[in-house]
Design a protein around this ligand. Structure first.
Ligand code: MG
Length: 256
């Protein structure tokens, strides 16, 4: 055994003794916070919906949406057509699951290939596009926050294959005077791969001007984009996210 290895072994042994002695001493850190019990839910099958989700589209009808009259429901999916479906209900911070498929028959290039979008609060677009072997500007490709931030990687499946978006959304907050207090943050998993990692939005996501924040309520609808292409959607559900209730009942302490 070298001198170095011997010293390292001594150090490890000392740390193990220290950890053990803490357990033996019975010391415990108490946070002083009393938490409500987290709700028990059934996570459901892979792809959900979990038992506490609001199902926005189950493959049968678009009754939870306005402006969806022309969208075509068949075979368990809905296909984009003129109109911008917008949920009748509004949502705040949330987890949103959307499954979509680009057209099986490849038509068009760049932004013209299976373009659609998922809008949080009806304002902030996560781009839907067939980005499989289809170059376009990077902050407009599949999984981009439109005109703000490209996806971290291109995780697009082949045309016609079903794909998933799992979106975690924290909406912006405005004060009573309409001043921005906290910007929006978004995390997006595309086919299970993180493509937006808590990205801080610069504002809304229009095509023709820089992003900006305009005051709006803490809750808004989900909407889908029609961009002239027959993109399909299925299995859309949402869970509003709320912090677990808590109360400080005492100062943090270490008891022995
Ligand atoms: Mg789009």
């Amino acid at each position: 055994m070298s001198k170095f290895t011997f010293v390292a072994a001594l150090l490890v042994a000392a740390l193990v003794c220290l950890a053990s002695s803490e357990r033996v001493s019975g010391a415990e850190y108490l946070t002083g916070i009393q938490w409500a019990e987290p709700a028990v839910i059934d996570p459901g099958p892979p792809g959900g919906p979990p038992s506490d989700a609001v199902v926005l589209f189950d493959g049968k009808d678009m009754s939870k949406w306005n402006n969806a009259e022309q969208w075509i429901v068949k075979d368990g999916y809905v296909e984009a057509a003129p109109g911008a479906p917008t949920t009748k209900d509004v949502f705040g911070d949330c987890q949103l699951h959307v499954e979509w498929a680009s057209a099986t028959e490849v038509k068009g290039t760049s932004q013209g290939r299976s373009n659609s979008g998922v809008f949080l609060m009806g304002i902030y677009e996560v781009q839907v596009l067939d980005s499989y072997d289809n170059k376009t500007y990077f902050d407009g490709q599949c999984g981009a926050i439109y005109k703000q931030h490209p996806p971290l990687v291109n995780a697009c499946r082949k045309p016609g294959e079903w794909q998933t978006y799992d979106i975690i959304w924290k909406g912006p907050r405005f004060d009573a005077d309409g001043k921005l207090v906290s910007p929006a943050f978004i995390t997006v998993l595309h086919n299970g791969v993180v493509v937006q990692n808590n990205f801080q939005l610069l504002g809304d996501t229009p095509f023709n001007r820089p992003p900006e924040y305009k005051p709006h309520p803490d809750k808004g609808p989900i909407s889908l984009q029609y961009h002239g292409n027959p993109v399909r959607f299925r299995n859309i559900w949402i869970r509003e996210l709320q912090e677990v209730a808590s109360e400080r009942v005492s100062e943090p302490t270490v008891v022995k």
